[in-house]
Design a protein around this ligand. Structure first.
Ligand SMILES: [Zn+2]
Length: 221
């Protein structure tokens, strides 16, 4: 089973670029560049960012399960960096969120007509390039004049809500995409392997996110 796709990159050709020049030099790291047009495109948040994730599970119990997976996934990724390169934190208000995380049964609280998510596996992280394509589009909040600041959507199959370990692995994997890891590791021992089967972050996952946050980005959300 495929655990899924990264990026609905609007207007960008999703052509695999296996020889992208951005393959990181750090030993053990795998390629994190978005598979765009052959030159390799690095997406990451600015150094020092707090990336706020708003989790909505629908009812209280389903939200609690999602928040638990989010907290565990965030803790795993946050533990990698020592100098505040990034921090993933739960957002208590949708208005403060950079990222929205939902089970698939839950209607998204943002407008997606400009950039539709397409779920083909057990989870998907969706974001779309703005114009010029050095930034990402904002998904406007439904029914809000302020518009909000949501740049990424993470949808996880609702049936995983009852499988704590799998939900945690899947959310952790998607948070890797949120941080900017634009591909899957070829190794299923890594959390960023396509099946998201690993129990937690591997040395290669750690090396990859460190390499990413010490590489100059082409796209900043
Ligand atoms: Zn993935």
């Amino acid at each position: 089973m495929r655990a899924v796709g990264v990026a609905a990159l609007a207007a960008a050709a999703l052509v695999a670029a296996c020889d992208a020049p951005t393959v990181p030099a750090l030993p053990g790291a795998y390629d994190f560049a978005l598979p765009t047009d052959g030159s390799g495109t690095v997406l990451r948040w600015p150094s020092g960012s707090t990336i706020r994730v708003y989790a909505d599970g629908g009812d209280a119990a389903a939200t609690a399960a999602l928040v638990r997976a989010l907290e565990q996934g965030a803790a795993a990724w946050n533990a990698v960096v020592k100098y505040g390169e990034y921090r993933i934190a739960p957002a208590s208000r949708l208005e403060d969120a950079d990222v929205v995380l939902v089970w698939t049964a839950v209607p998204l609280p943002v407008e997606t007509s400009q950039c539709e998510p397409e779920l083909t596996g057990i989870a998907v992280t969706t974001f779309c390039l703005a114009t010029p394509p050095t930034r990402l589009q904002t998904f406007p909040l439904k029914g809000s004049a302020s518009g909000g600041r949501v740049k990424m959507l993470v949808q996880v199959l609702a049936s995983l809500a009852g499988d704590t370990a799998r939900a945690r692995r899947t959310v952790t994997h998607e948070l890797g995409h949120v941080l900017g890891i634009g591909r899957h590791s070829p190794n299923d021992a890594d959390i960023m392997g396509a099946r998201a089967a690993a129990a937690g972050l591997s040395e290669a996952d750690r090396a990859t996110v460190l390499a990413l946050y010490h590489t100059r980005p082409d796209i900043v959300p």
